[in-house]
Design a protein around this ligand. Sequence first.
Ligand code: AGP
Length: 319
Amino acid sequence: MQLERVVLIGCGTSLHAAQVGRHYIERLAGIPAEAESASEFRYRDPIIGPRTLVVSIGQSGETADTVAAMHLAREKGATLITICNAEESQAARVADGALYMHAGLEVGVASTKTFVASLTILQLLSVYLGQLRGKLDAETTRRLVDQMARGPGLIGEVLAEANLYSSLARRIGHYDNFLFLGRGANAAIASEGALKLKEISYIHAEGYPAGEMKHGPIALIDPEMCTVALAPRDDLRDKTLSNIKEVKARGGLVVAVLTKGDDEAASEVDFPLFIPQAPDLLMPLVTTVPLQLLSYYIALLRGCDVDQPRNLAKSVTVE
Ligand code: AGP
């Protein structure tokens, strides 16, 4: 069957995974793709049919909005798969097929390892579709799979520097407002970074595509605002660096996730956080972990319960 479109749906952190997945599907499989919140999708009248592949993403596979959106996709005849961590979940039962994360039990309410696992499965799915459709030749596929195998090592390099995040948390943990900026797939990672900070530290944080900064959020920049920018060395790094300069020019504090050795960018920011050079495919994995570490240490500093944040349930099974 010739797929015409891929629609990725999820809620919260899983929506952010869907947003990254969209980039992977378009780039690697060459299929038009979009990502949408399951809670919006379920109340629209989406134009989908047998040539649409709907991919639901969820740690639990029990999120009410996601499962309802899957039922809608099913009614409309879409091909339906789910990426989830929990086997025997509702999502797995409704879908035509399930791609399990096999990430093990995630105890903390805030999704972390399952976010990284979702991104990995989305990479595999995109490469598989790319191969199936003849977009990726054998050589390219092999190269991409080799790159994926480097993921754990690169994440390990970031984790080995956890003490840096702990000391940075002491410097910035008193800020009450954070703006997370990124471009491309890193725009979704910025949203995820803001969500993690909100969830476990109870700090107001917004995630924004950096290119949108001028269209509103720039009005918020002052010395009380901490901006966390994702500007690793990639095609969009220079653009994000311009945003960083705009924030600095307005007296804002800037923490930036940068590629090791990028001294030019480091000289523009207050606190550089260096990550290893990584292939484009892996970049969203590698930029995620610094933001998770930062939220974790800020939450500890503020005396928050990182595993059981207030008002949140691990799985939102009612609307
Ligand atoms: C993630 O840290 C949150 N707890 C929340 O946004 C979560 O991702 C969302 O409720 C969706 O859950 P799911 O992945 O189990 O569907």
